[in-house]
Write a protein that binds this ligand. Structure first.
Ligand code: FAD
Length: 475
């Protein structure tokens, strides 16, 4: 059956980018339609990304902490893990949030159309209606006719071509389903997503090996942070194979036999019960017939946009993972608001100076803006002010005095242009550094702002004082 739905604003994809854009467009008075293939709103982030991974990582983090409580005079028996209940908890967390989004869409009269959308021309999208879990096509189609459109179709996990089809080989979505706790798990790709899932599975009792083509795990932050992280995580991993690649996987009844090549490749193939491939994500640009709308898509599947989030077709915008790196939810949300507001006629542009990154592992690593390594490579005159948590009363009390906070200052202007932290709650604290950079704060602004004592957040003020030379008696 065919019916045409007319709207001012069509948003394709209901991830953090898409739902934020649709809600803002509706708030600005546009009749808005949101097309999403899956049964629930929230996209990758809420359903199979940020939120479910954090629900599990919270558990892993608490387990890690109490494992060291014996020295503090508090001991527990070894943990007993009921994977089914843990999974139910994770699903409940996700359900609360996706249910909340559905209510917010309804409140704003955003019409949600469930199905797979592809462009017919620059003003029409055809939707193959889906039902049930949202993936099965029903055979019915609907056409949405729009005045303006925001593409927020996101990204998908890269599937490595040499890996066989086997249910023991999963991507992050499969790993979050917790179908089994394997004896031995191989994580292919030592980026944030891979390391977060490695943290979860190791807490659940798996022996985890990691293989990474590049020379170090967790690319992005300065190596001094990663070194601390590695030391705290040494007990988690079997083999950490950096500078190494997976060359073949032989799927047999008794396990997945993997051979490696490179710097840290073991001589013998290794046997695993499960493999997680987390070797990056690829944008969905080639899956929506963008060419029919005249929208340009790069070979890799990204959609180029300008600072107003417009594609080459002026009434069609694009936001989120599909427009480029960094593929992060908070970036998508800010781009969404810009796109919706520009579409409503407001003068806006995406002009974030910096976008923070966080590895929500145990401990966390958070960083934003210029790194020391980057400054060096660019020949920039900067000063890196480091405050070791060994000098923080709260860090010592919490048993986390291995962490540190580092701020990067421009030597000429004394402005903060970067910052990073390793230690629990680093992700919650990095926001202050983001604000400092965006506001053009100088070291004195940060150092003389009174931070509450005793907190880990104090370390940010202290790092600024280190730069100022007024915090001199460090361990
Ligand atoms: P998506 O969330 O990918 O949403 C796109 C939506 O479009 C999907 O729901 C999809 O079904 C729909 N869609 C696509 N094509 C069509 C079509 N043709 N028709 C209908 N619907 C379509 N980011 C963070 O900032 N913090 C984190 O802690 C974090 N953790 C992560 C953990 C994991 C395991 C993963 C995989 C990702 C994580 N991310 C995290 C990244 C984050 O999930 C993404 O950056 C974010 O979801 C991007 O939002 P988006 O709106 O661009 O697209």
């Amino acid at each position: 059956s065919e019916s045409i739905l007319d709207c001012d604003m069509l948003v394709l994809g209901a991830g953090p980018g898409g739902y934020s854009a649709a809600f803002r467009a509706a708030d600005l008075g546009m009749k808005t339609v949101l097309v999403e293939r899956y049964a629930t709103l929230g996209g990758v982030c809420l359903n199979v990304g940020c939120i479910p991974s954090k629900a599990l990582l919270h558990v892993a983090s608490v387990m890690e902490e109490v494992a060291h409580f014996e020295d503090l005079g508090v001991s527990y028996d070894d943990p007993e893990i009921d994977v089914a209940r843990l999974l139910a908890h994770k699903n409940k967390v996700v359900g609360k949030l996706t249910g909340g989004l559905a209510a917010m869409a309804q409140m704003r009269k955003v019409e949600v159309v469930r199905g797979v959308g592809s462009f017919v021309d620059a003003h029409q999208l055809q939707v193959e209606v889906t039902a049930g879990d949202g993936q099965a096509k029903t055979g019915a189609t609907r056409t949405v006719r729009f005045k303006q459109c925001i593409i927020a179709a996101g990204s998908a996990a890269v599937h490595l071509p040499f890996l066989p089809e086997d249910e023991r080989i999963v991507d992050s979505t499969g790993a979050l389903e917790l179908r089994q706790v394997p004896g031995r798990l191989l994580v292919i790709g030592g980026g944030i997503i891979g390391l977060e899932m490695a943290t979860v599975y190791s807490a659940l009792g798996a022996r985890v090996d990691v293989v990474e083509m590049l020379d170090g795990l967790m690319q992005g932050p300065d190596r001094d942070l990663v070194k601390v992280w590695e030391k705290q995580n040494a007990h988690r991993f079997g083999l950490v194979m950096t500078g190494t690649r997976t060359v073949a996987v032989d799927a047999r009844d008794d396990g997945l036999h993997v051979s490696f090549e490179g710097k840290k490749a073991p001589a013998e193939p290794q046997r695993y019960d499960m493999i997680l491939q987390s070797a990056g994500r690829t944008p969905n640009g080639h899956k929506i017939a963008a060419a029919k709308a005249g929208v340009e898509v790069t070979e890799r599947g990204f959609i180029p946009v300008d600072a107003q989030m417009r594609t080459n077709v002026p009434h069609i915008f694009a936001i989120g993972d599909i427009v480029g790196q960094p593929m992060l939810a908070h970036k998508a949300v800010h781009e969404a608001h810009v796109a919706a507001e520009v579409a409503a006629g407001e003068e806006r542009r995406f002009d974030a100076t910096v976008i923070p990154s966080v590895a929500y592992t145990h401990p966390e690593v958070a960083w934003v803006g210029m790194t020391e390594a980057q400054a060096k490579a660019e020949g920039k005159k900067v000063s890196a002010a480091k405050f070791p948590w060994a000098a923080s009363g709260r860090a010592i009390a919490n048993g986390v005095d291995y962490g540190f906070t580092k701020l990067i200052f421009d030597e000429q202007t004394h402005r903060c242009i970067g910052g990073a932290m390793v230690g629990p709650n680093a992700g919650d604290m990095i926001g202050e550094v983001v604000l400092a950079i965006e506001m053009g704060a100088q070291a004195a602004d940060i150092g003389r702002s009174i931070h509450p004592h005793p907190t880990l957040g104090e370390s940010i003020g202290m790092a600024a004082e280190v730069f100022e030379g007024v915090c001199t008696d460090l361990p």
